[in-house]
Structures are given as structure tokens and as C-alpha cells.
Write a protein of this length. Structure first.
Length: 710
């Protein structure tokens, strides 16, 4: 089937998703997009589920233990029969903690065949009710694959038209079409019918607002119909903000199964609520109930004397679950902004961190840059701003209006677009981490429950931010150490075009032991060496520095390749570091075009011939360095004529789980063949980013390339 060109922007994704929902009977769907080189999937389109109930799904890391991320990483359909926290695998408990509801989920990668196996553009996900049998049907598998092909084609056509679809900041909400729209007379008749029933009835849409209520429902709830329509139930009837109701609403939305519960009004009168999920929201039947006995179901309980704000527990759980996936400071800031702005219906946020005696902004949303800059890097003593004062006093401050803020801080210059503010100090383990600011474009009275919830959330944010700052600092430190142990620049050599690359692993913050070196010996002879020390920590990096120094010193003494490795091996066995090292050593003579190589257990290099062919060079792999002081390292000699290229690499570039290393190396050789006349630097970048390791590596990568000029 051809792809419709109707619709622009994200709307062009609507038709394939709508059709997939209709064909499979899924009640909801999500389409994720992945930007070029991004480590995240961003939710672009959502249907059947309120965006506010899927916070932890809005922005998914590619290495997250979630089905969407797994589908992108593995390039295949992932199915989950999600049955709540008690029936999930350990890897899924993180997501289940914040989404403890029963439903089935299928996720598949959006891939264009023209992009190759690693060209994942996003992920399509469909949701089914809890009553779905275990595992997908053949039809559901076929339709998931079909919708992914159609979405990939839509994205490709948009790119060809010069309108590539970038992941949005907020997802587009797609309403499923009605089967039929009743006429005015039918609508009035349905209303008359419901008004004549003895029980209360109301309809709640997917955003949680009341779309319809009959008079009996308003009577039982103690309010008027007009007060309910178009509002969240707890806005008209505060006691409906109890977490029990919030939990039942979420359960019905995700499980798509009817449920019922009973609870007491403040007057101690009991009501039974029966919830019937539908494609566009919930139908709720309300009827009087008798007070349950002590043996009644645990779900039937009286209203607590001081009910929490609706959904408070789940806001804490969802933010906590999302922050467990945040690694660096940028991740924490993005997570907090995306989660809390819609949750509190706020329009502005700023996160400051304390650095010495100053506050520095690490992220903001909704504020003008000049307003943020006005208080950026401002001193804490004496407190020149509400944020600084809140942190110094270690006490939250809330201002419901501009007048309140100006009375407390006469010299402050608040942004013209905001009229209410909350300032929450970020403190963890007795240390001041920073300050979190939330702002509203209208006057906003902060209730006692809302203040308590914001203080609790600030505690979560402060711990995550402190951990993220430590991560960023350590990460920068180890990267600087790694860079200091590698050559600062490659020498310029006549007759040769050279390029080198190093990429640290993306898993964890430890550094690796990969190294490379290029050593000119005289006018004609050049040494190229590359190696990999076992391990990914400071010890491995220190040993890497010793190995590189030993190789460099022995090369300068004019030793042959095998002799250089023998001497380096004896040094390492004397040091007994407890780690082993692979190394490939090559000596090239430009006057004769002879290349002599010796290997200590290192992956064989690739040779691209002048005619474009590419081969693995059969270099005998000697024993790893540091094991046997008497080990010998045989040499191999080949020709490296003008137009030829030598490619030396560490196994992080080619290693693929479940695939033989030789097959992986041959796949890299195939990329060399198809690269054509790319320059050495461009080809080095292409080799790095053509592999699936460009996104989620658990090993570092070193690459050294020598091209003999014509």
C-alpha cells in the first residue's frame, strides 16, 4: 500500500497508527522518534493514553530496561505481558514501580530497508487490555511490522521533501475516530435516558476531565452539574482527590477492564463507583452503598481525615522511577522539567546548583534567558534573590502573587510573565546542592498538600542532582586522564595520510585501556601501534600508559616488530600488574613499501588494496603481553603500495554479541570496500558511526588508519 502524503509534520504519522489500532484491536499506541546520533527516544504521537499518565515513557534512554528501548537496540519486535509489580522480571521492576497496572505491550523498530540494519528511526508501540492472551497473535505481529514500515516510509518521504520529522518537545495527542457521531436528537434522547436513571452517571475523558454528568451524579457528589463539566473531578469535589480514586482511574485506563470500589464521603455516607473503560475515556456509575463490615474487601475504606492531593504518591513514584534513568546533570534537568511542569500545571522552572558561594543555572523552561542570566552566578551571601535566600535558610518559600514576592524581596525584578513562585532548597546529606524554582503565569495559592508534595519532590531532585554532578565530574576527570595518556596529535608524515580516533565506552564512567601511537623513526620508516589493556578502570589506564611508553622506547631503539613485543612482554611480566594486554605493532618503510607486523593476541588489521578490495591480514596472534616472559612473536611482511590503506582497530569497534569476531571484522571490511574515495578523516568517522556501538558501547574503541598517497 502506498503512503499517503496527506498531513504535515507529526500529523503525517496519524494515519498509519490509526489503521494499526483498528486492525489489531489495540486500545492505545505510541510512536517514538530518534534524532540523528541521539541516545534517546522521544515520544512523538500518543493515542489511547493520557500523556500525563505516561511520564516515564516520554523520553526513553536507548540503554533503559524498557521494551521501547529494547526494540530499538535489538532491531526486533519486543512483547511484554505486563501484569503489575508481582509478575515482572527484575529488569522490569523499575518501570513497574511507577506503572503497576496490567496490560500487554508490543514494540517494534521503525526501520527503512534503505538505511541498513542499524538505521532505527524510532519505535512504534501498541497497547492491549489486561485480558489479552499471553503472547502476540500472527496478525498483531504482522500489523506491528506493517505500521513500522509505513511510518519509516512517511519519515523518509518527509526527509526527501526537505521536511525531516524531528522529535518534538511534547507528544502529539491522537484521538481515535468515533464509529459514528449521534445527531442532536439522539444526543438529547441519551441525556434524557441517563437523567431518568436512579444512579449517577458521568463520563470522564482521557485527560481526566468530566465531559458529562447527570443530575443524580451531581447530587450524590454534593455539587452541581455545571461545577463538574469541563473540570477535573477533585477541582469541583475536593474529596475526590483521594489517591484511591486516582489509582482506580489509572488502573482502568491501562488495564481496560471494568472495576468497582467503595468509599465514604466526608459526611460518612458511602458510595460505590463502577468504572467502565472506553476508547475515549471512562464511564462511571455512582450509587449509594452501605458501610462495609470489618470483613469487607480491603479496597472499600473510609476517607482519611486529611486526604493527600490526588496522585501525590504516584507523582513521587513516577519521578523517582524516571530519575533512576537520569545519569548526568542534563538528564536530571530534562527529566524534572518534563515531569513536573505538566503535573503541577506550571509554566516555568529553573534549577540552580550551588558552586562555592554562588548559584549557577543548569537548566530552565518558560523563563526568558535574560531573566535567568540576571540571577545566574549571583552570590549567596548576602542573599540577593529569593532562590539564594531559600538555599541559605534551607527553607522553602512560596509566593502566591507578585505583591507577596515584592513585599518579601523589594529589590527583586520578577519576570513579567509570571505571578506566583515556589522556591525549594535542594539539600542532601546535610549539604546544599542548589535550588529548584517553580513558577505560574497566574496567581496560585499553594495548598498545604501541594507544598508538602513539592518539598518531597525537591528531596528526590536534590539526591539525583547531587549524584549526577558527581558523575559528570568523575566522567570529565577520567576523560581528561584518558586523553592525557594518548597522543595529543598525530605527526605529519610525507607520503602518508593518517587518522586516529578514540571513543570511550558509554556504559558507566570508568575509562578504558585502549591506546594507539604513530612514531616516525627516520625519513622513510614509521611505526604504527595499537593495543587494548584488559579492564575499564584507572588501573587499566595506568598500565596502558606504561605499555605505550615501553612500545615507544623500544621502537625508538630500532628494534624489529617481534623484538619490540618481546621486550615489552618481559617488562610487563616483571611488573606483574595482574592485567593482560593485546598489541599490534607495524613497521612501514615508505622507500620499499614494505610493512612488517607482529601481534600479541590483537585482532588482525584490514588492508584495502589500491583496486578497492579489502582483506584481513593473516598476522599470527602471539600470546597476550604479561603472561609468559618467554613468549615469542612471529613477524609477517606484506606490501603496502601507493593507494593502499592499513586499518588497525580494537575489538570494541567490531564486537557484536552472538557474532564471531572474524565475521564482524569482515563486515567492517565490506564497509571499507563501499566507502569509495572518502578522505581518511571522513572514512574514520564513517567507520565509527556505521556500527551499532555508536549509541550504547560497553567497551572503548581505538582506530588508527594509514593511507599511502599516490
Amino acid at each position: 500500500m502506498g503512503v499517503s502524503r496527506r498531513g504535515t509534520g507529526l500529523a503525517s504519522l496519524d494515519a498509519p497508527l490509526t489503521e494499526a489500532l483498528a486492525r489489531t484491536g489495540a486500545y492505545g499506541g505510541l510512536v517514538y522518534l530518534r534524532g540523528p546520533g541521539s541516545r534517546f527516544l522521544r515520544l512523538a504521537v500518543i493515542s489511547g493514553v493520557p500523556p500525563g499518565l505516561a511520564w516515564q515513557w516520554n523520553r526513553v534512554r536507548l540503554d533503559a530496561p524498557l521494551p521501547m528501548a529494547e526494540a530499538a537496540r535489538q532491531g526486533r519486535l519486543i512483547w511484554r505481558d505486563v501484569q503489575g509489580q508481582d509478575r515482572v522480571t527484575p529488569d522490569e521492576k523499575q518501570a513497574a514501580m511507577a506503572m503497576p497496572y496490567a496490560f500487554a505491550l508490543g514494540a517494534a523498530p521503525i526501520q527503512d530497508p534503505r538505511d541498513g540494519p542499524d538505521g532505527c528511526r524510532g519505535v512504534a508501540t501498541l497497547l492491549w487490555a489486561a485480558s489479552h492472551p499471553p503472547g502476540p497473535t500472527e496478525l498483531e505481529v504482522a500489523e506491528l511490522q506493517r505500521v513500522c514500515r509505513r511510518l519509516a516510509e512517511v519519515l523518509r518521504l518527509a526527509e526527501e521533501a526537505g521536511e525531516p520529522q524531528a522529535p518534538p518537545e511534547r507528544p502529539r495527542v491522537l484521538l481515535q475516530p468515533r464509529g459514528r457521531t449521534p445527531g442532536p436528537e439522539e444526543t438529547l434522547a441519551a441525556s434524557d435516558l441517563l437523567e431518568g436513571l436512579p444512579d449517577g452517571w458521568c463520563a470522564v475523558n482521557l485527560t481526566g476531565e468530566v465531559a458529562y454528568a447527570n443530575g443524580r451524579a451531581a447530587e450524590l457528589l454534593g455539587t452541581e452539574v455545571e461545577a463538574l463539566i469541563g473540570r477535573l473531578p477533585h477541582e469541583a469535589v475536593p474529596w475526590l482527590g483521594d489517591p484511591l480514586i486516582e489509582d482506580r482511574y489509572r488502573t482502568a485506563i491501562f488495564s481496560r477492564e471494568p472495576l468497582s470500589f467503595s468509599m465514604a464521603k466526608p459526611s460518612r455516607e458511602w458510595l460505590t463507583f463502577r468504572i467502565y473503560p472506553g476508547p475515549r475515556g471512562l464511564g462511571i456509575r455512582i450509587s449509594p452503598a452501605r458501610e462495609p463490615t470489618s470483613g469487607a474487601a480491603s479496597e472499600e475504606r473510609a476517607l482519611p481525615t486529611a486526604p493527600a492531593e490526588g496522585g501525590a504518591l504516584y507523582q513521587l513514584l513516577q519521578l523517582g522511577a524516571a530519575l533512576t534513568q537520569a545519569v548526568g546533570v542534563h538528564d536530571v534537568v530534562e527529566t524534572v522539567m518534563q515531569q513536573l511542569l505538566p503535573a503541577f500545571d506550571a509554566q516555568g522552572m529553573i534549577i540552580f546548583v550551588a558552586e562555592g558561594d554562588r548559584l549557577r543555572s543548569v537548566g530552565y523552561r518558560g523563563f526568558e534567558p535574560d531573566v535567568v542570566e540576571l540571577y545566574n552566578n549571583a552570590p549567596l551571601h548576602p542573599p540577593p534573590s529569593p532562590a539564594a535566600k531559600s538555599l541559605v535558610n534551607r527553607s522553602p518559600a512560596f509566593y502566591r502573587s507578585r505583591a507577596e514576592l515584592l513585599r518579601a524581596h523589594p529589590g527583586v525584578r520578577p519576570s513579567a510573565g509570571f505571578h506566583a513562585w515556589g522556591f525549594l532548597p535542594l539539600i542532601t546529606s546535610g549539604r546544599s546542592v542548589g535550588c529548584f524554582v517553580i513558577a505560574y503565569n497566574r496567581e496560585h495559592p499553594f495548598s498545604a498538600e501541594e507544598r508538602a508534595l513539592l518539598v518531597s519532590l525537591a528531596s528526590l531532585v536534590s539526591q539525583a542532582l547531587d549524584r549526577a554532578r558527581l558523575y559528570d565530574a568523575k566522567h570529565q576527570l577520567v576523560l581528561s586522564l584518558q586523553a592525557g595518556l594518548l597522543p595529543h596529535r598525530l605527526p605529519e608524515l610525507p607520503g602518508l595520510s593518517v587518522a586516529a580516533r578514540y571513543l570511550p565506552a558509554t556504559e558507566g564512567i570508568e575509562i578504558g585501556g585502549d591506546f594507539y601511537d604513530l612514531i616516525p623513526l627516520d625519513e622513510h620508516r614509521t611505526v604504527a601501534a595499537i593495543g587494548d589493556v584488559q579492564g575499564h578502570n584507572v588501573t587499566a589506564a595506568a598500565l596502558m600508559g606504561q605499555v605505550r611508553t615501553a612500545v615507544h622506547a623500544n621502537a625508538g631503539a630500532g628494534a624489529a616488530p617481534g623484538e619490540v613485543l618481546r621486550r615489552t612482554n618481559r617488562l610487563l611480566t616483571d611488573l606483574d600488574p595482574g592485567l593482560f594486554t593485546s598489541c599490534l605493532y607495524a613497521l612501514y618503510d615508505r622507500s620499499t613499501h614494505r610493512l612488517r607486523l607482529a601481534s600479541a593476541g590483537h585482532p588482525p588489521p584490514l588492508l584495502r588494496h589500491p583496486d578497492g578490495r579489502a582483506d584481513l591480514l593473516p598476522v599470527p596472534p602471539g600470546l597476550l603481553l604479561g603472561i609468559d616472559p618467554a613468549a615469542e612473536y612471529p613477524e609477517t611482511e606484506v606490501q603496502l603500495p601507493p593507494g593502499a590503506m592499513l586499518v588497525m582497530y580494537t575489538d570494541g569497534l567490531i564486537e557484536t554479541p552472538g557474532e564471531d569476531l572474524e565475521d564482524s571484522a569482515l563486515r567492517l571490511a565490506g564497509h571499507l570496500v563501499h566507502a569509495g574515495d572518502e578522505g581518511t578523516d571522513q572514512l574514520a568517522d564513517s567507520l565509527l558511526h556505521s556500527t551499532h556501538h555508536a549509541e550504547t558501547r560497553n567497551d572503548d574503541i581505538a582506530l588508527l588508519m594509514l593511507r599511502v598517497l599516490d
